[in-house]
Design a protein around this ligand. Structure first.
Ligand SMILES: Nc1ncnc2c1ncn2[C@@H]1O[C@H](COP(=O)(O)OP(=O)(O)OP(=O)(O)O)[C@@H](O)[C@H]1O
Length: 238
């Protein structure tokens, strides 16, 4: 059993004219919640796309669950929830999940269970297009949960959610991690770092820090994770 769910080595990605990831190396341990934190534009989505195997990379290696990123063997083992909703607006929540359940070869019971997991059972018969942005994200998340994947890649899943929904989603992430799923969750909200087992801080495509929230606080000498990030960013620029 390989202990790391993800191993990235000397990854270079160029998008347009920008060298977005200029030689990034990092690892993500199995069975835990790793937060990918950093300011807008620092390369979080690009890295997640590379891990999902859908990003053209210039060089370097990305190994996911022991396979090269994007390997067919990982298709049912890796779930990816993008920032943009990936479900059909003209279908109800239940119809969307039933459709994805059929595509994934799992039963309709799995669709109902996933709907309950994300707390959308009361909206089961609502058209997905008339849900709020946060509710639509939860439909996408439910679709990713259908196959009991080993690794979940979640790109800013809590954007636009109110504090209660955010807390509920983080509780769900914790339950999934307790059950052995590895989660990589991107966010630019530093207070979400406190809910992670491990935090990767990215800045301009470089790894500024890889630490637990407690290690971050003591390295920066402050309890405020936002402040800790700013201090670490200033130190690295000095
Ligand atoms: N399709 C694209 N073509 C060219 N450049 C792109 C493209 N998508 C992103 N970029 C650039 O790549 C860099 C990293 O973008 P990325 O989306 O990975 O950042 P991010 O940290 O996820 O940002 P956010 O938190 O705002 O989603 C940015 O400078 C962005 O302008």
């Amino acid at each position: 059993m390989i202990n790391n769910a993800i191993e990235v080595e000397d990854l270079h990605v160029v998008r347009g004219t920008a060298h977005v990831l200029p030689g990034l190396s990092l690892t993500v341990p199995r069975g835990s919640i790793t937060g990918l934190l950093g300011p807008s534009g620092c390369g979080k989505t690009t890295l997640i796309r590379a891990i999902a195997g859908i990003q053209v990379v210039r060089s370097g290696t990305v190994t996911v669950l022991g396979e090269p990123a994007g390997a067919p063997a990982n298709r049912a083992r890796v779930g990816y929830v993008t920032q943009a909703s990936s479900v059909y607006p003209d279908l109800t929540v239940r119809q969307n999940l039933a459709y994805f359940a059929d595509l994934s070869g799992v039963g309709r019971d799995a669709a109902e269970a996933a709907m309950r997991q994300v707390g959308l059972d009361s909206q089961a018969d609502t058209l997905t297009g008339s849900l709020s942005g946060g509710q639509r994200t939860r439909v996408s998340l439910a679709a990713a949960l259908l196959t009991d994947c080993e690794l979940l890649l979640l790109d800013e899943p809590t954007v636009g959610l109110d504090p209660v929904l955010r807390r509920d989603l983080w509780n769900l992430f914790r339950r999934l991690a307790d059950g052995g799923t590895t989660l990589l969750v991107s966010s630019h909200v530093m207070d979400e770092a406190a809910r992670c087992d491990l935090v990767l801080l990215l800045r301009e495509g470089r790894l500024l820090s890889r630490a637990t929230p407690d290690e971050l606080r003591s390295a920066a000498g402050t309890d405020d994770l936002e402040e800790a990030f700013l201090l670490l960013a200033e130190r690295s620029a000095a």
